[in-house]
Design a protein around this ligand. Structure first.
Ligand SMILES: [Zn+2]
Length: 128
């Protein structure tokens, strides 16, 4: 299981990029659901330089991690990666760390947020 305190110590809060609002709206539309959390309350963290994507996420390596305290952690260099940010957004919208929702099993071209196969082997994938 991940250690939230350890990740927080490695993380730096960053200002939400402008396109996140559009990505959020696209995910809300795609899932036909009422967000359990407003976008504005989510705290976005990236890791300090040199930490790469070594989140203590418990399952291989992760480049993104949603936590139920409305905190999202994105590895440095990945904060503009649409499928990854949307993947974490969907966890926040559903307030659910599982991957049961159908959109977790479709790729971005199908409106979903599954890790692209070509990146899956290189980056592993998001755990949460
Ligand atoms: Zn996930």
């Amino acid at each position: 299981m991940a250690d939230l305190a350890a990740v927080e110590r490695q993380g730096v809060v960053y200002a939400r990029p402008a396109e996140y609002a559009r990505w959020w709206d696209e995910m809300v539309t795609a899932c036909h659901c009422q967000p359990k959390t407003p976008l504005g309350v989510i705290a976005w963290y990236t890791l300090r330089p040199g930490m790469d994507h070594k989140f203590p996420c418990g399952v291989e390596r992760c480049v993104g991690w949603w936590w139920e305290t409305d905190q999202v952690f994105i590895a440095q260099g990945y904060t503009q990666l649409e499928w990854l940010v949307k993947h974490e957004m969907l966890h926040a919208i559903l307030h659910d760390g599982t991957h049961r929702h159908r959109l977790f099993h479709r790729d971005l071209s199908q409106g979903g947020v599954a890790a692209p196969l070509s990146q899956q082997s290189v980056l592993s994938r998001t755990s949460h």
